[in-house]
Design a protein around this ligand. Sequence first.
Ligand code: ZN
Ligand code: CU
Length: 485
Amino acid sequence: MLYDTLIRNALVIDGSNTPGYAADVAIVDGRIARIGDLGDARATDEIDAAGRVLAPGFIDVHTHDDTVVIRQPQMLPKLSQGVTSVIVGNCGISASPVSLRCDPPDPMNLLGSAAAFVYPRFSDYRAAVEAANTTLNVAALVGHTALRSNHLDDLFRTASAEEIAAMREQLRESLEAGALGLSTGLAYASAFSASTDEVMQLTEELTAFGAVYTTHLRSEFEPVLEAMDEAFRIGRHARSPVIISHLKCAGAGNWGRSPQLLASLEAAAKTHPVGCDCYPYAASSSTLDLKQVTDAHRITITWSTPHPEVGGRDLIDIAGEWKVSLLDAARRLQPAGAVYYGMDENDVRRILAHPLSMVGSDGLPEDPFPHPRLWGAFPRVLGHFSRDIGLFPLHTAVHKMTGLSAARFGLKDRGEIREGRWADLVLFDPATVRDVADFNDPQRAAQGIDGVWVNGVLSYQDGQANGRREGRFLARQGDLRDSFR
Ligand code: ZN
Ligand code: CU
């Protein structure tokens, strides 16, 4: 038989957290047809992959790519890393279902200006992704803050019974239309006033669907353990899996506590499905939050609406030039975005290495001077953390970005190289793969990524997107509790 594509002599790291093996892989009609020694088989496209690793395409479980997948469907920042699927709608902010009456509240403005929010129903968003012919597969969460912005005239209070009922109805409709679950961003002022009970009532909608609850915790600073407890209580109430977003110890006074956080995660995991994602950097990034302004560590401004000229400069230098305090400078810059150098490398390593953690970039595609995680998160785990410092074997790095992620979010027939699965694949050179984007020059494609196939179609090669756009919208499939059993 004639295959569509035959990738010969690859070291196959299949996503299941087991060491690689040498094999040929054949693709037909978007799926992996055969794996093995396919000596005399023929294909329309044949690739010699000697010396290269063939892995499942990476799944970016934590993104804010909601609108960029439609507006810039090539998705080069992710495609160039070997990412083939993105999960959007994290941290309480999603492009749908949203009906704005004014400018998007912080941090929904991370997804774009008011003009970007044109999806009053989840099904509208899904249809727009499908019509955009995006390069990558897209699955979506519904944001709690997005729901609040639809129904509350004032985000700085908890929702009333009527408002909760209205949010529940929108959430249920979204879940019926294929949403993966609900995300919250309780640390942000626009959701901080929501009581635990408000969130619990919303998550009751998740139960019947077996949908997931993901959360940017109410605090990543000193009360982080209490915030984790709140997340687990919400998940138990809803009988929903809980994914803690970008788990970290934020703020200088909080460094060294990652063993406590991971002990809390492990304790919860004994009786309930829980996990976390994290990005491989000791600096965070989001909108410029006055509560996080400090002189204890460096803060870089990435964008500012009134002062676009300061993008890429340190807050302390801007304040010095203006002869004002850090806080006053931060106030004048609003609305703005920032990178906070507020983590300890040892905590990052411990969390990244933990068996319950997946890799998610948390990249901010709208940012003109983005945190380098947008272009570098996945190759950084493969190159820097696995190969260069030996934090874990390469097959474990791959598992944290493929098999584990697909199982947690129910991305059926993806995340592992097996016969019959979708041919989302990445071919890379294990000796040279590395992130190139850094904090000074953050928009640079990774090195060592030789080829990326999405649904069986080669979409990136020789350092370039080739224009093929075969991504699909991935609706929730099945009960997401299953992968934890
Ligand atoms: Zn977040
Ligand atoms: Cu996020």
